[in-house]
Design a protein around this ligand. Structure first.
Ligand code: COI
Length: 347
C-alpha cells in the first residue's frame, strides 16, 4: 500500500471539546479504485478533496453504500475496534444489493489498521470519546448509462467523535411515509436510504421530534427502525426489539445489546412489535423505556414520542435497561471490563 503522510498534523487546530459529529476529519484517508474487475491502487494520503467527473454514476443513479464503525482508546493508550468483521460482512451485503463489487476483507482490515496507526493521536481517552470511522464505496465511472457501473472507489475517512445527539430525543411514529419496503434496500446501508428520510424528518422536526420511528410500508402497523438507530422498547420488565428483515438494518450495536441483555438475565423478545401494543402499554403505564441503538448514537434514551397527533412522555426510571446495557457495552468497547464475547479487536 502506498502511504503519503501529512507534513504536519492538524491536531493542534482542533477544539476536541466542541466537536460537531462528523465535521472534523483526521489527517489521513484511504482510497482504492475498482477498475477492469479488480481493486487496485490502495493508498493512504492526507485527507483532501477528491477529483470526480460530473457524470460519475453515483450522482445520477445513487450507487453508494457505507459503514459506520468506531475505534476506542483505553487508559493505556491502546486502540480497539469493535466487531470490525461485522462491518465488513455488512458492506458486502450492501454492495451486493446495489450491484457493486465486494471489497476484500484483507484490503478493508489492512486499510483500517494502517489508518488507525497513523491517526491514533486523534483518539482521545475517556468515556464518550471515540473515532468514528466511515468506510464507503461509490460508483465513479463517468457515463450516464443507467446500468451498474464498472468503476468504483472504496474510501475510509475518520472523524473524532463524542456524542451524536446533544439534548433530548423525541420520536414520531410515522404513518404516511415509508423508509423501506419488502424486497427493497432497507437492510442495506445504502446512501439513498438516508436521503429518503430527510424530507419526512424535516416535517417531524417542525412538530418537535428529532427522529422518526418507521413502520412497515404495507399497513404502518409494525415498528421497524429509526433510520439512524435500531429500537428497543421496555414493557414492564421485558425488552422488545423487532426482528431483522429486508426493511430493517442489521445493527451491530443492536445485536450486541441483545447478547448483553441475555447475559445479564434481562428478558428479551425479538418479534414483530405492533404500534397499538406500544400505545396500549403507554396508556396503562407499562411502557417504561424506549431507546435507540447504533454505532454513532451508541444507546440513546428516548424521552417521548408522538403518534396520530398525540404526544406521550416516557417516565424517568431508576436503573434503566438503557443505562445498564450502555455501561456494559462501553466497558467492553473501552477495554474496561473483560470481553466474554470476543468483540474487541486491537488495532
Ligand atoms: C451509524 O450509526 O454509524 C450510522 O450509520 C448512522 C449515521 C447515519 C450517523
Amino acid at each position: 500500500m502506498k502511504i503519503e503522510k501529512v507534513k504536519k498534523s492538524n491536531i493542534p487546530n482542533i477544539d476536541f471539546d466542541n466537536l460537531n459529529f462528523g465535521s472534523v476529519f483526521t489527517d489521513h484517508m484511504f482510497t482504492c479504485s475498482f477498475k477492469k474487475g479488480k481493486w487496485v491502487n490502495p493508498e493512504i494520503k492526507p485527507y483532501q478533496p477528491i477529483l470526480i467527473s460530473p457524470s460519475a454514476r453515483v450522482f445520477h443513479y445513487g450507487q453508494a453504500c457505507f459503514e459506520g464503525m468506531k475505534a476506542f482508546k483505553d487508559q493505556n493508550d491502546k486502540v480497539w475496534l469493535f466487531r470490525p468483521k461485522e462491518n465488513h460482512d455488512r458492506i458486502i451485503k450492501s454492495s451486493k444489493r446495489l450491484a457493486m463489487p465486494e471489497i476484500p476483507e484483507e484490503i478493508f482490515m489492512e486499510a483500517l489498521n494502517v489508518l488507525l496507526n497513523l491517526d491514533k493521536d486523534w483518539i482521545k481517552t475517556g468515556m464518550g470519546n471515540s473515532l468514528y470511522i466511515r468506510p464507503f464505496i461509490f460508483a465513479d465511472q463517468a457515463s450516464l448509462n443507467a446500468t451498474e457501473a464498472n468503476e468504483y472507489k472504496f474510501m475510509i475517512i475518520c472523524a473524532p467523535a463524542d456524542t451524536y445527539y446533544s439534548g433530548e430525543v423525541r420520536v414520531k411514529i410515522e404513518k404516511s411515509f415509508s423508509r423501506a419496503s419488502k424486497g427493497g434496500v432497507g437492510y442495506a446501508k445504502a446512501a439513498g436510504n438516508y436521503a429518503a428520510q430527510f424530507y419526512p424528518t424535516i416535517l417531524a422536526r417542525d412538530e418537535g421530534f428529532q427522529q422518526i420511528i418507521w413502520t412497515d410500508s404495507a399497513n404502518h402497523q409494525y415498528i421497524e427502525e429509526a433510520g439512524t438507530m435500531n429500537l428497543f422498547f421496555r414493557i414492564g420488565d421485558t425488552l422488545l426489539t423487532a426482528p431483522i428483515s429486508d426493511s430493517i438494518l442489521d445493527g451491530i450495536t443492536r445485536k450486541s445489546l441483545i447478547e448483553i441483555a441475555k447475559k445479564e438475565g434481562i428478558k428479551i423478545e425479538i418479534r414483530p412489535i405492533k404500534v397499538t401494543e406500544i400505545i396500549e402499554a403507554q396508556k396503562c403505564g407499562n411502557l417504561k423505556e424506549i431507546f435507540g441503538s447504533g454505532t454513532a448514537v451508541v444507546v440513546m434514551p428516548i424521552i417521548g414520542f408522538g403518534y396520530e397527533n398525540m404526544k406521550y412522555d416516557l417516565p424517568k426510571v431508576e436503573n434503566s435497561f438503557s443505562t445498564i446495557l450502555k455501561k456494559k457495552l462501553n466497558d467492553i468497547q473501552y477495554n474496561i471490563s473483560d470481553d466474554p464475547f470476543g468483540w474487541r479487536v486491537e488495532a
